[in-house]
Design a protein. Structure first.
Length: 81
């Protein structure tokens, strides 16, 4: 599988494919190398317990990712809910 990010405004484009056998794609750096930015993310964090002793005590969910084109300023927000 691969992900293609293409700006409809200026044509800037990047294709991201997995870099490892485990199907992991390191897309943040590849986007930045091709004049895109992951400008902002929206993460919903819940603390079910009053005290955090372990990373598993935190419940976090990605809600949104915004990708900006540095060439022209256009952007897309990806809703993850």
């Amino acid at each position: 599988m691969k992900v293609i990010v293409k700006c409809d405004n200026c044509g800037n484009e990047v294709e991201v494919s997995p870099a490892t056998i485990g199907k992991i794609a390191y897309w943040g750096q590849k986007l930045r190398n091709m004049n895109f930015d992951i400008d902002s993310t929206d993460i919903d964090v819940e603390l079910p317990e009053s005290e955090v002793n372990d990373p598993d005590d935190i419940v976090a969910r990605l809600k949104e990712i915004r990708i900006d084109c540095r060439n022209c300023g256009d952007y897309i927000c990806l809703d993850c809910e």
